[in-house]
Design a protein around this ligand. Sequence first.
Ligand SMILES: COc1cc(-c2ccc3ncc(-c4cccc([C@@H](O)NCCN(C)C)c4)n3n2)ccc1O
Length: 304
Amino acid sequence: FSGDDEELVNLEDEVFNPNMTAFKHQNVEDLYELLEKLGSGHFGEVKKCREKNTGTLYAGKFIKTRKCKGSRMGLDREQVEREVSILRQLEHPSIMRLYDVFASKAEMVLILELIRGGELFDFIAEKEALSEEDAIVFLEQILKGVAYMHSRHIAHFDLKPENIMLLERDVPHPKIKIIDFGLAQKLEDGTVFKSLCGTPQYIAPEVINYEQLGPPTDMWSIGVITYILLSGLSPFQGETDAETLTNVVAGNYEFDDRYFKETSDMAKEFIQQLLLKDPRDRMTAVECLIHPWIKPLTRKQAAN
Ligand SMILES: COc1cc(-c2ccc3ncc(-c4cccc([C@@H](O)NCCN(C)C)c4)n3n2)ccc1O
């Protein structure tokens, strides 16, 4: 403890809250030198950090937490604890790593793997659309990370190009890292999880209809991401969020020939097998990885 009241955390939480995730309560600046701000989001800021003992560089996600339950400022401590608990269960090349966590009365800090290549969203924006070969290189990595997550009974629930970053950018085949597990959930057998959170363009019909969510909800988002990777267009986007949500619930999308003229039938079939209103009908991440568009069975299929 630094002795400063602001730094002191209510010990009672530690003793009577067995689910409380163990966070370091010393000041993060005792162990890490804070460098430039890398960016910000709904959660707070991301800063480059250097570990003093080793000189290793990390990304620090600085999250303002609510001082009291009713406050609108900051995130719920439990929400951050859930994200940390989930990140601690995940270790995969396509998912950014969590190394350390700190908590004070008003802030929590996640020390994360530093990702230097920016967001996939920006990468696509610069290229407008990717070739099918390039899209498949990204998608296969995303699907392997999502299949791993789902095998651990964890769903992300906020998959979108902004939450997929590139470890390095100017390399032949960039490695992707899935970030932002702020909406992720551990899916317990027998419990029904519903939520109205997410980003309109990417959320599945069951989110809008407030029905049970699960791994298929992520698979719908993968369908939307694939559509965007190949065309630069968002399949359900309307003039307003309300119109977008109406399009999603209606499953109302098309392959506009102006953008999909050159796209293979196999790629379109892959998307169609994900953008299905009934979650039970959608491909799983494992089924996607053996779909002939992603993993051609024969040289002839690959030539299509
Ligand atoms: C674990 O959750 C997050 C991790 C990160 C993260 C992890 C490692 C890392 N290395 C570099 C960066 C970085 C670099 C520039 C901008 C940002 C961030 O402000 N934008 C990415 C997220 N976007 C959806 C707001 C993040 N990050 N960001 C960002 C947001 C998260 O919710």
